[in-house]
Design a protein around this ligand. Sequence first.
Ligand code: AHM
Ligand code: MG
Length: 335
Amino acid sequence: MEHRSQGLNSNSLTLMRHCLNNLMDKPDGQELVSLLVSIQSVVKNIGAAVRRAGISRLFGAEGSVNVQGEEQQKLDIIANQTFINYLGNSFATCLLVSEEMDNVVEVENEKQGSFIVCFDPLDGSNNIDCLASIGSIFAIYKRKTPKGTAPSLEDVLQPGRQLVAAGYALYGSALMMVLSTGNGVNGFIMDPSIGEFVLTKPNITMNQTIRRQYSVNESYRNSWDPKIQKYIDTKKQGDEPIPQRYIGTFIADFHRTLMYGGIFLYPNNAASPKGKLRLLYECNPASFIIEQAGGRGTNGQEDVLDIQPLTIHDRTQVFLGSKHEIEDLHTCLNQ
Ligand code: AHM
Ligand code: MG
């Protein structure tokens, strides 16, 4: 008689097993796996807090203001503490950079490991109260200073090209984690019946079809570079204008662009003359992932991954999309 289990099929590839298969034979692979396991626990915790937010009264503003001058939300604080707590106790990290904290966090001496993690613990805070998708995003570097010595800012301020892994979690209609360790991009959905992330989108590859969709906050149009205005105008011309989509949560807009193709733009504008999105924990991990999926991320001049960060909270304008879309944009910018 055949027995069908409701839960995990023994052939299902969990995120944990994926990490073990792909990383254990790499230098520092074991430590990286243990770090990724900790990040998985962080995401499960934040995911649970997001789902409970209404009944636990976690919605709404906390009252404090973070380093970017933004009002912090209760969930922001919980998410940040969860990241710091799990990663600081993983024995795999030495320095942590969070969007929510002014300074780099140094892990206790006896718990220091080989990696630096830069993260936005809860991206899209403005969407918390209306139940639209929010997310967490992270970038992992290997330290340059030898283990056993004091880590320094030089370990943190590395161009994105040096990343060893990057990923994000999307707290949407399902809880999804997308991860790249530099060998393609894979997507895992949380199966709540077994509490595991299961591979549902292996080898994510960007749709390269031109004129798919574009994603930008057009309310800033008047203060964009006129060349960007002209590029966006081309999307609206003809009998079949290109659909515009914008959620206002970077990870959600990025994830849709990765899944469906097209382009995401956050250009300089009067309110954010040097771009709004942060290099270390938003633009770099997204660019790493999109390159791994066959797309491209630039600041209009160079690949985001080649930018040398000067401070931990640097911002940049950013364009992320399929190679053709980015080429089209650059052609407009160079005219
Ligand atoms: P934050 O919630 O981490 O501060 O993120 C900033 C958000 C991004 O998620 C999103 O892409 C952007 O701000 C939207 O900005 P705007 O409202 O200017 O379009
Ligand atoms: Mg945030």
